[in-house]
Ligand binder design. Structure first.
Ligand code: GLN
Length: 482
């Protein structure tokens, strides 16, 4: 039985007409995974479980039951999200061999809606990185050009969709880890607003920033997966109680939107001129379609990356203290009678260099002599950003920004310079600092051959407008863009 995938509705039509089966879909993706092992996108494949689930779903359809919303949709999940009895390691030697004791709420909702989880995806260790090079499994490679990084930290999840190893995938986005790899790999990447999707079962990095997000080939598939996962969860007190709308229902309206952008994001010295000109050309097209596109003042651009790294390292330091080799994690073979030495050995051996750097930085910014100068100051900047954001959305529907200042960079080119790597997050950390939703949609192709996208952000809890705008941009510009 032949199989090809373009969208969930197209797949469901084929299931209903009998042109394909869930089993055929699973076999197809298992073959694709085997043929693309060199990309190092997946770190575990759930072959038996996926086959069994496909069989059950096919039998249910054959018995005359209705299609479930995500019937047979094959999804890969970043290695920071728990699935009961399956390995989860956050791409760290610290958690190698660990199996989840429970299933993340987001994944459980997907399973309840008929999804098939095919495996787990490579990422940067504990989701810290922008290139997927900080992984205990080795780097994942960009399928468009294997000398380039796929972005990070959810690099494997982006590549899994880019290379057609699954239909959709899940990532996590603390500072851009869904949107930036989506940008580098030419796929759609959604970071929902903070609190939209339960964090229960997501390995914590920066708890006031972390969001589960999704990758897909098109906006509508991502919306369907998103609305399935969204909504309050008693296991996560920070998950919102706002009603979940049908983000995947396309609106056939010709709304004229009011778009804002920050001038300073386009005059950034490190911004690739081609990305800038594609962005400006798109703004012109939006204007000629009758939308309003205006520059709004924003003088905090220089502060957002430092603020993000002060606050997230502080939170990471606290979250990662649980990996001590007693409650969780790697236990060193070195014998010692001293408890502090014991912890030191376990943590020194278990964590990689970038994670250690951030634990040290986090401890520094929280230490008594420096707390006010760094942590308190960064909280104040975050507050300022939130109030400026509220002002923007009081007169505009959406904020437009590039996703990254460059297209996918060459593997190894940033790995000895952590500051250069951190600065690559300049356009993505804004949404995490302010808690608003953002989506990266692939609209452009650089003359260097790599794809890149546009980032759209809307007000908190306004994913409906986000999706409507992104459907419009996708259908209007995805084909004929610069
Ligand atoms: N690149 C950012 C970091 O290293 C974002 C990571 C993320 O969103 N998980 O922190």
């Amino acid at each position: 039985m032949s199989f090809s995938f373009t969208s969930i509705p197209q797949y469901h039509q084929q299931l209903q007409s009998g042109a394909t089966t869930c089993a055929a879909a699973v076999e197809y993706f298992l073959l694709q995974i085997k043929a693309n092992m060199h990309l190092n996108a997946l770190v575990a494949v759930f072959e038996q479980e996926a086959r069994k689930q496909a069989e059950m779903l096919d039998a249910s359809l054959a018995a005359g039951n209705a299609l479930l919303p995500l019937h047979g949709v094959v999804i890969a999940v970043k290695d920071v999200i728990c699935i009961k009895d399956q390995p989860v390691s956050a791409a760290s030697n610290m958690l190698k061999g660990f199996r989840s004791l429970y299933t993340a709420t987001a994944v459980q909702r997907l399973l309840d809606a008929g999804a098939i989880i095919i495996g787990t995806c490579n990422c940067d260790e504990f989701a810290m990185g922008s290139s997927n090079e900080n992984s205990a499994y080795g780097p994942a490679l960009n399928a468009d050009d294997t000398t380039k990084v796929p972005g990070g930290s959810s690099g494997g999840s982006a590549v899994a969709v880019q290379a057609g190893l699954c239909m959709l995938s899940l990532g996590s986005d603390t500072g851009g880890s869904v949107r930036q790899p989506a940008d580098f790999c030419g796929v759609v990447g959604l970071k929902p607003g903070y609190g939209r999707i339960s964090r229960s079962g997501l390995i914590a990095y920066g708890s006031s920033f972390d969001c589960i997000g999704a990758f897909g080939k098109n906006v509508s598939d991502v919306a369907l997966v998103f609305e399935t996962m969204a909504g309050h969860d008693p296991f996560d007190a920070t998950s919102g109680t706002q009603p979940v709308q049908h983000f995947s229902t396309k609106a056939n309206d010709d709304t004229k939107y009011r778009f804002a952008y920050f001038e300073s994001t386009l005059t950034l010295p490190g911004l690739d001129p081609e990305i800038r000109s594609a962005f400006e050309a798109l703004m012109e097209k939006l204007r000629s379609d009758g939308h309003t596109v205006e520059a709004v003042p924003f003088d905090l651009l220089d502060f957002i990356v430092p603020t993000y790294y002060v606050l997230t390292t502080a939170e990471a330091t606290s979250n990662l203290s649980r990996y001590d080799g007693v409650r969780y994690g790697h236990r060193s073979a070195i014998e010692t009678a001293d408890l502090t030495e014991f912890y030191k050995h376990n943590r020194s051996e278990g964590f990689g260099a970038e994670v250690k750097r951030r634990i040290m930085l986090g401890n520094f910014v929280l230490s008594s002599g420096f707390y006010d100068a760094y942590f308190t100051k960064a909280q104040q900047v975050r507050q300022l950003l939130c109030s400026q954001t509220a002002t923007v959305f009081s007169s505009y529907n959406a904020l437009l920004m590039p996703v990254s200042p460059t297209t996918a960079f060459t593997a190894g080119s940033h790995s000895t310079d952590p500051i250069a790597m951190y600065l690559a997050d300049i356009y993505t950390v804004f949404a995490n600092l302010t808690g608003i939703p953002g989506m990266a949609i692939p609209l452009f192709q650089h003359t260097n051959g790599m794809p890149f996208g546009l980032q759209v952000m809307t007000n908190q809890w306004d994913e409906l407008t986000l999706h409507r705008i992104c459907y419009y941009l996708e259908s209007r510009f995805a084909k004929d863009a610069v």
